[in-house]
Design a protein around this ligand. Structure first.
Ligand SMILES: [Zn+2]
Ligand SMILES: [Zn+2]
Length: 336
């Protein structure tokens, strides 16, 4: 790839409505934040503008590290993404599996109208995508090997819309596989039952539900503007302040608000925390096992070493269990 093409591919992120940092979504977030500061926080015009473009945030060491990771990961993605499993492969495999089963009595295609099928498909794609993001995010916090990777995102001490790209490349692969499996599953099932009636309801090529979420200021979740929703709404949708709380260093905020768009999953599975005034939050991670979490060594190499160690620990754990099993084979009643 030519250097010029690489530069273009980076800027495409800001011009593609499928990407979170599409310039239109960033502008929508800016407008929402502005109105929040003026009408809710009662800031003066001057104060609001200074807050929105706060140099302490955007020029911080943490934000500069975000930009480095954004550029480096872009190079990584260019080489690795063509090798990854695509949703088309998953969808085709599941579709073929479904063909092996006799579903002759299932005649949804005859019962449901096309608009109903399109609405159901659009909703199902969105819901399964959001739910699997919640599940995988929980795993990222629970398993030491995965936490070693996810720590890169949590080591941000200031949040900006670019922080969403502050992830270790291996975490990027885990989430790409998740996306392929969840989208492929819904596509295969719907195409199997409804055939050519299946279509996605879109706005400028984006799932209408994802588009609505992005226009409603999704970028503010990674920002220094702590917009809080009404209490009842925070049971359903993750507010910017709720995600900022997920980044808090305080122990009472650990393992809370894993949701991407919906807070519903957190509510259902007991990890919901309502937002607090984010001015009191300190963001980042507590374990100082790296001298500098903002250095490329701390962002790329240390997580890799810790990930390897985590995997080895898991393998050894399984091996030990097998060893005990073999040792007690002669007397299974004693098996611990
Ligand atoms: Zn997290
Ligand atoms: Zn985050």
């Amino acid at each position: 790839m030519q250097p010029f093409e690489f530069i273009v591919s980076i800027f495409e992120n800001f011009l593609d409505p499928k990407k979170r940092v599409f310039i239109g979504y960033l502008f929508a977030a800016l407008i929402i934040a502005f109105f929040w500061l003026i009408f809710y926080k009662k800031f003066t015009l001057n104060h609001a503008i200074r807050k929105l473009f706060d140099q302490k945030v955007f020029l911080s060491k943490s934000s500069k590290a975000d930009f480095s990771v954004f550029f480096i990961n872009r190079i990584f993605t260019l080489f690795v993404s063509p090798l990854l499993l695509t949703q088309l492969v998953v969808a085709t495999s599941i579709f073929n599996l479904l063909l092996l089963v006799d579903w002759a009595d299932w005649s949804f295609g005859l019962v449901l109208s096309k608009p109903t099928i399109v609405a159901a498909f659009t909703f199902a794609v969105f819901m399964l995508d959001d739910f699997t993001k919640y599940i995988v995010h929980r795993w990222m916090h629970r398993w030491p090997a995965l936490w070693a990777l996810h720590k890169v995102h949590h080591s941000a001490e200031h949040l900006t819309p670019i922080t969403i790209y502050r992830t270790h490349p291996l975490e990027g692969i885990v989430f790409s596989l998740r996306s392929a499996v969840s989208q492929g599953l819904v596509i295969a099932i719907f195409f199997y039952f409804f055939g050519n009636s299946v279509d996605l309801l879109t706005v400028i090529g984006v799932n209408i539900l994802v588009f609505s979420f992005n226009v409603a200021g999704s970028n503010l979740r990674h920002s220094h503007i702590g917009i809080q929703y009404w209490g009842w709404l925070e049971y359903v949708l993750i507010s910017p302040a709720q995600h900022q709380l997920h980044h808090s260093i305080a122990e009472e905020h650990y393992d809370k608000n894993f949701g991407a768009t919906l807070a519903l999953w957190d509510w259902l599975f007991g990890s919901l925390h309502h937002s607090v005034d984010t001015d009191i939050l300190v963001l980042g991670i507590k374990d100082k096992d790296v001298s500098d979490h903002q250095s490329l060594y701390g962002l790329y190499i240390v997580p890799l070493i810790q990930f390897g160690a985590g995997i080895m620990k898991m393998v050894n754990g399984v091996k030990n269990k097998m060893f005990i099993a073999v040792k007690y084979t002669g007397n299974w009643r004693k098996f611990p």
